[in-house]
Design a protein around this ligand. Structure first.
Ligand SMILES: Cc1cc2nc3c(=O)[nH]c(=O)nc-3n(C[C@H](O)[C@H](O)[C@H](O)COP(=O)(O)OP(=O)(O)OC[C@H]3O[C@@H](n4cnc5c(N)ncnc54)[C@H](O)[C@@H]3O)c2cc1C
Length: 278
């Protein structure tokens, strides 16, 4: 049960959703886009989220797109993680998404909801960072496609009233060899101690990480170190020296323990991807 009431709106089009947001915002309703809705339920119950108007975007057709045409994969933001797993158009995304929460939650959690979530793990963004994807955004200024690296820095930097519509990924990335692993401190579902997704393209390894820092990241400095031509162990040590900071240090795991686990995962990823040629 949520300790507050709110009005519920279900627009049919992007234009309607954007206009509704502006109208409700102007009238002090603190509107919130609602996709899978798990965040409002989780955070609303403990007074960390509040709204007087929910705008449910789940059924807007542009947000439901799933197509692989002309060398591009389009994925709508309100596809659920289970829909993405079942169609398996982007195997690295399937693997990453299938480790988020448990099956019951993944039936609800959506791609866009996970990428835009306030809870900072946002694991579903990792494959898109590796694949230099674009994101389609709509807002009061209209619709545009933006390279993910221009708009995702720790989180998706949307202006007020903007929403994520789709991701666009070139098919050569979805066919590239990959490695993905999630380590948890306890249980078999839930938030990560560390999640690493890696991909090999043009003979270079790319790595994106969630759970090591209080934000997901892909780092140019880390990738330069990992592709430097020394032994795998030396490359991993060099990568550890240029990690973004801070390293998480909490009940899930100390910073030292996280770095220990991360070192082992990176080493495994390099040994696996070293054998792949593309
Ligand atoms: C039991 C459980 C375990 C979980 N474990 C993990 C885990 O291990 N790793 C992990 O990464 N996540 C995990 N999550 C998911 C995470 O914490 C969020 O709850 C979830 O990702 C939100 O997705 P949603 O589709 O429900 O989004 P919603 O709750 O609908 O929205 C989330 C936020 O994003 C905004 N939003 C939604 N869609 C859009 C859009 N298209 N454009 C702009 N803004 C938008 C909403 O306004 C809201 O602020 C878990 C969740 C649960 C319930």
């Amino acid at each position: 049960m949520l300790p507050f009431d709110f009005d519920y709106f279900k627009p049919d089009t992007l234009e309607e959703a954007v206009e509704l947001f502006q109208y409700l915002d102007h009238n002090g309703k603190q509107p919130m886009f609602f996709s899978g809705g798990t965040e409002l339920i989780t955070l609303g119950r403990i007074d960390l989220a509040y709204t007087e108007a929910v705008i449910d975007i789940k059924e807007i057709a542009d947000c439901r797109v799933m197509s692989l045409n002309g060398g591009q994969l389009l994925l709508g933001s309100t596809l659920t993680l289970t829909e993405i797993e079942e169609t398996n158009l982007f195997p690295l995304l399937t693997k990453t998404a299938s480790e988020i929460a448990d099956h019951t939650a993944r039936v609800k959690i959506t791609l866009g909801g996970n990428i835009c979530a306030r809870i900072f793990y946002r694991e579903a963004v990792l494959p898109f960072l590796l694949a230099d994807s674009q994101v389609v955004i709509v807002g009061p200024e209209g619709k545009k496609a933006v390279p993910i690296h221009e708009i995702f820095h720790e989180q998706l930097l949307l202006n007020r009233g903007e929403l994520l519509v789709q991701t666009i990924t070139e098919s050569r990335f979805i066919r590239a060899p990959f490695f993905a692993i999630k380590r948890r401190q306890q249980w078999e579902t839930g938030y990560p101690l560390i999640t690493v997704a890696a991909l090999k393209i043009d003979e270079k390894v790319r790595v994106a990480v969630s759970g090591l820092c209080p934000f997901p990241f892909r780092s140019k400095e880390v990738e330069i170190a990992l592709n430097s031509g020394q032994s795998i162990e030396a490359r991993v040590e060099a990568a550890l020296r240029v990690l973004p900071r801070p390293i998480l240090d909490d009940v899930e795991g100390s910073a030292d323990y996280r770095l220990f686990v991360f070192r082992n995962i990176l080493t495994d990823a390099l040994y696996k991807l070293e054998k792949e040629r593309i």
